[in-house]
Ligand binder design. Structure first.
Ligand code: PLP
Length: 299
């Protein structure tokens, strides 16, 4: 394999391609309507972390919205492994995107669509170690996304605008809420799940209607094992003010302490003791899972 082929970062509809070959039609429904799903998986030392969980989520959602199944799970697994094999770096992310495919422009999907599937390998976004230690700043914003946020749709305009506001405010993330005032219901952040800690109890919005975050479920599992009491329930915006600690979870960020919310520090300087404990427990879980995960041989 040539050096250029070895570094290919793109896979499109069955082929590894260079960036110039990674083109979809302007009539693709992913482009026209955001009629598509996505998934992000992470690899550590060329081992893909919890790939089955990510593929389960993707295929369940694809079934829920009746996306045409252009590729079986095996082919998509091979695509992800191929991109990891072609990576010069042992660690990174692979984005998978699956659209309803190309066809005449009309909202109701015409019959006979095949679907479009592509994957792109990315470097991990760098979160400076000092920021990770001190905790990130977040702002709170109304959740203007569609209501079916348990579907990881590429229709992300509301999230883009919320992140733009967060960026402009010098914040890392926006924590979203539905409703107004202190009784507004926290949902999640634009690309992470949200947790707070109050008097040693771990509190997180119940997942119904929200993205079932894979990192979130790992954190809940390790918290249970650690004997930390868990409350999965409606979480009110006003509760942040009295929280001892808060953190975000996501595939790329793992367990990320929050330092300030709308400029105000939490009760415990970040990372608080429960966040730290869960961060360590998450790392141990990850180590155990990766120990039993095959390493993708470099191409
Ligand atoms: N919530 C939203 C809205 C997300 O987009 C993401 C990740 O992209 C998450 C939560 C975290 O999910 P996971 O832990 O599966 O990466």
């Amino acid at each position: 394999m040539s050096r250029a082929a070895k570094r290919e970062r793109f896979w499109l509809n069955g082929r590894f391609v260079s960036e110039s070959g990674a083109r979809v039609s302007v009539l693709d429904r992913g482009v026209l309507y955001g009629d598509a799903l996505y998934e992000v998986v992470r690899f550590y030392g060329r081992k893909i972390f919890l790939l089955d969980d990510h593929l389960d989520r993707l295929f369940d959602e694809a079934e829920a919205i009746a996306l045409p199944k252009r590729f079986e799970r095996k082919a998509i697994t091979r695509a992800v492994c191929g991109l990891v094999a072609r990576s010069e770096k042992p660690d990174g992310l692979v984005l998978l995107q699956w659209t309803r495919g190309e066809g005449p422009r009309r909202l109701a999907p015409p019959p006979g669509l095949r679907g479009t599937v592509f994957a792109i390998r990315f470097d991990l976004p760098t979160i400076p170690a000092a920021l990770r230690r001190r905790g990130v700043n977040v702002i709170t914003l109304p959740d203007e996304r569609w209501l079916s946020t348990h579907i990881k749709s590429t229709n992300l305009l509301a999230s883009v605008l919320a992140r733009k506001k967060a960026d402009e405010a010098g914040a890392y993330e926006a924590v979203l809420h539905r409703g107004r005032g202190p009784r507004a219901r926290i949902t999640e952040a634009t690309s992470s799940s949200f947790f707070l800690v109050k008097r040693g109890r771990l509190v997180t919005p119940a997942v119904r209607g929200l993205l079932p975050g894979i990192t979130r479920s790992v954190v809940l599992a390790v918290a249970r094992k650690e004997g930390i009491p868990i409350e999965e329930r409606t979480v009110r915006l006003g509760e942040i003010r009295n929280a001892d600690e808060a953190f975000l979870t996501a595939t790329s960020a793992e367990v990320l302490p929050i330092g300030r919310v709308n400029g105000a520090p939490l009760r415990h300087p970040a990372p608080g003791p429960v966040t730290k404990r869960l961060g360590r427990a998450f790392a141990r879980f990850r180590g155990r899972v990766l120990a039993g995960t095959p390493r993708v041989a470099p191409a």
